[in-house]
Design a protein around this ligand. Structure first.
Ligand SMILES: Cc1cc2nc3c(=O)[nH]c(=O)nc-3n(C[C@H](O)[C@H](O)[C@H](O)COP(=O)(O)OP(=O)(O)OC[C@H]3O[C@@H](n4cnc5c(N)ncnc54)[C@H](O)[C@@H]3O)c2cc1C
Length: 512
C-alpha cells in the first residue's frame, strides 16, 4: 500500500495520555523496545486531574518518576486534609519518610513530565497516529494506524491499550465491560464572572445540586456543576456558555452572569469496568480499563498504579525472565482495586444527592470522618494505601502482600532507604542480619534478576529477609508460610536458564 510504513517493537502502547506515557517510560527504562502511538499532535490542555493520591505518589517515588520532589521526605507521618462526598474532615496520612500524601499537579503537566521521561529512556513516541485496528495471534500483535504520512503498521509482542474511556484497543480485543448508566449530568469550564462575589470559591450545595468554584492565577473562575435531576440525553454534545450559565444559575437559585468561556466540557457518573484487563497479548490500563464519576480525584491515581503494576511484569516477560503466571497477576491484582474505586465513587455520589432526606446521613458521615482520623479506613480507601495483594489477608500480621514502607537502611557502602533501592528497578532481596545468609544461598539461581542488598537489622523492618517487587509490594517475607524459592519461581524463571531473546521473525501476524 502506498505510503504505508512498518514499525517493529517489543511493546506498542496505544494512547499517550498520562497513563500511556508513564508505562512507556517504565518499559523503555527497563530496556524494552517501546513504541507509543498517540492520535493528538500535542498534550491536551483541557483541565482534568489535579490530585494524585498517596499510594500512586509513593509508587512513583520508588520508580523515580515523581515530578519535582526530592529527598529527604517527611521525618514523621504527614496528614493532609481531604473530603469525602464534598464533606470536609477526611484526613489522609502518609507514614514517615514518604512523600506528602497528596500531590497537586495539573494533568497536562504530569503528562509532559512522563512524556519527557519516556523519550529520555528511548521510547519512540509517534504523535498524530490514530490506531484503528488491533489483531493478535499466538506470536504477536499487529496494530494499524492512520498517521500524518499515511498508514503505519506496527508489529509487536504485546500491546498496552492506554487509549482512554472510548478505547479502540478494548473494542478490537473484544473485551466486554460491565457498565453503569449515567444518572446525573455535570459540566465544567473556566469563565470570567461579571460579579465574582456572586459565586465565591468553594463547594456550594443547594437543594438542586452542587457548584464547585476555584479561582486561577489569571482571575478566571473554574466551575464544576452537578445536576442530580438526571442524565443529559446526549453525553457527547459539546456544552455552550449559555448552557453553563443556565445550569449554574438554576443550581444557585439566582442569575449568575459569566463570559469568556474556556475548556467547556461535560461529564457524568457513567461507569465502566472492563471484564478483563488482559486478552492474550493485549492489556488495558487507565481509563481504557475503568472509568467512574470523577469525585475524590482517583481515576488517574488508579491508572498510574495500573501502569506501575504492569510495566515491570511486561519488561521481565519480554526479556524472558518472567515466571509462567506473572502476566496474569496484573488483572488479578488491579481489577478488584478498580471495582472498589467505582463502588466508592458511587457511594460518594449517593451521599451528594441534594434533598433533605440526605441531610441526616451527611451529618452522621461528618462524625464518621472525624472518628476515622485514628483508624484511617476511608483515608486508606481513597488513597489506595489499604491495598493488599489478592491471596493475602488484610489486617493479618503477615507482611506478604503488603506495601513495604520506606525505612532507612544501613549497608556496607553507607546509608540508603527502600525508595532509593527500588529505583534500581529490579526485585529487591533485602537481607537483614547474619541469620539471613541462608536465604541468599536459596536465591542463588535467580541472582541475575535480583538486587540483593545486605543491611543492618532495623526495628523499622521487622524481618530477617524480604523479597520486594519493583512496585514496592512484599512478595515474600522470612518466617511466613511460603518458601523463598517458591515465591521466586512464581515470579521469575531461573537466570541460569538462557533467556530467550525474541527474534523479529517470531511476530507472525501479517498485514492482509
Ligand atoms: C473533570 C475531571 C476531573 C478529574 N480529576 C481527577 C483527579 O483530580 N485525580 C485523578 O486521579 N483523576 C481525575 N480525573 C480522571 C483522569 O482525568 C483520568 O483518569 C485520566 O485522564 C486517565 O488517563 P489515561 O491516560 O488513562 O486516559 P486519557 O487521559 O483519556 O488518555 C488517552 C489518550 O489516548 C489517545 N487515544 C485515544 N484513542 C486513540 C487511538 N485510537 N489511537 C491513538 N491514540 C488514541 C487520546 O488522544 C489520549 O491522549 C478527572 C477526570 C475528569 C473528567
Amino acid at each position: 500500500m502506498q505510503g504505508e510504513s512498518r514499525v517493529r517493537a517489543q511493546v506498542v502502547v496505544v494512547g499517550g495520555g498520562p497513563v500511556g506515557m508513564l508505562i512507556a517510560a517504565e518499559l523503555a527504562g527497563y530496556g524494552v523496545d517501546t513504541v507509543l502511538l498517540e492520535s493528538r499532535a500535542d498534550v491536551s490542555e483541557q483541565p482534568k486531574a489535579t490530585t494524585l493520591h498517596a499510594r500512586a505518589v509513593q509508587t512513583l517515588a520508588r520508580r523515580g518518576h515523581l515530578p519535582g520532589q526530592g529527598y529527604p521526605y517527611t521525618e514523621g507521618p504527614v496528614e493532609s486534609p481531604f473530603h469525602f462526598a464534598g464533606l470536609p474532615g477526611l484526613t489522609i496520612t502518609a507514614p514517615a519518610r514518604e512523600p506528602e500524601p497528596i500531590l497537586k499537579c495539573p494533568q497536562a503537566e504530569l503528562e509532559r513530565h512522563f512524556e519527557a521521561r519516556a523519550r529520555a529512556a528511548g521510547a519512540r513516541i509517534l504523535r498524530e497516529h490514530q490506531v484503528r485496528e488491533v489483531v493478535q495471534d499466538d506470536h504477536g500483535v499487529r496494530v494499524t494506524t492512520d498517521g500524518p504520512q499515511g498508514g503505519t503498521v506496527c508489529f509487536a509482542e504485546y500491546v498496552v491499550g492506554a487509549d482512554g474511556a472510548r478505547s479502540t484497543v478494548r473494542d478490537q480485543a473484544g473485551i466486554a465491560s460491565d457498565t453503569h448508566p449515567a444518572t446525573v449530568s455535570a459540566l465544567m469550564g473556566a469563565v470570567t464572572l461579571a460579579k465574582p462575589d456572586e459565586l465565591p470559591k468553594g463547594w456550594h450545595r443547594t437543594e438542586r445540586g452542587w457548584i464547585v468554584a476555584k479561582l486561577d492565577a489569571e482571575g478566571r473562575t473554574h466551575i464544576r456543576t452537578l445536576n442530580c435531576d438526571g442524565a443529559h440525553p446526549d453525553r457527547q454534545l459539546p456544552p455552550t456558555l449559555e448552557e453553563l450559565r443556565r445550569e449554574v444559575s438554576w443550581i444557585a437559585g439566582r442569575d449568575i452572569t459569566m463570559d469568556a468561556p474556556r475548556w467547556l466540557s461535560r461529564f457524568s457518573d457513567f461507569a465502566r469496568l472492563a471484564r478483563t484487563f488482559r486478552a492474550g497479548r493485549v492489556f488495558l490500563v487507565g481509563d481504557a480499563a475503568h472509568v467512574h464519576f470523577p469525585i475524590g480525584g482517583q481515576g488517574l491515581s488508579t491508572g498510574v498504579l495500573d501502569a506501575l503494576n504492569l510495566g515491570w511484569k511486561l519488561a521481565l516477560t519480554v526479556h524472558g525472565s518472567a515466571g509462567a503466571g506473572l502476566l496474569d497477576t496484573y488483572d488479578l491484582e488491579r481489577r478488584p482495586v478498580a471495582r472498589r474505586v467505582i463502588d466508592q465513587t458511587q457511594a460518594q455520589l449517593a451521599l451528594m444527592r441534594p434533598g433533605p432526606e440526605l441531610d441526616a446521613l451527611r451529618r452522621v458521615f461528618t462524625g464518621v470522618l472525624s472518628a476515622d482520623r485514628e483508624h484511617g479506613y476511608l483515608g486508606g480507601l481513597i488513597s489506595a494505601q489499604d491495598t493488599v495483594l489478592p491471596g493475602h489477608t488484610e489486617g493479618s500480621r503477615r507482611a506478604t502482600g503488603t506495601f513495604l514502607r520506606n525505612a532507612v537502611l544501613s549497608t556496607a557502602t553507607g546509608e540508603t532507604d527502600v525508595i532509593g533501592l527500588l529505583r534500581d528497578g529490579r526485585p529487591l532481596l533485602l537481607l537483614l542480619g547474619e541469620e539471613s545468609s541462608g536465604h541468599q544461598e536459596e536465591a542463588r539461581e535467580w541472582e541475575g534478576d535480583l538486587y540483593v542488598v545486605r543491611a543492618r537489622p532495623t526495628p523499622e523492618v521487622p524481618h530477617n529477609a524480604l523479597l520486594v517487587r519493583p512496585d514496592g509490594y512484599i512478595s515474600w517475607a522470612s518466617g511466613e508460610s511460603c518458601d523463598l524459592t517458591d515465591a521466586l519461581s512464581a515470579y521469575f524463571v531461573k537466570s541460569v536458564v538462557p533467556k530467550s531473546t525474541v527474534p523479529e521473525g517470531t511476530v507472525s501476524v501479517e498485514h492482509p
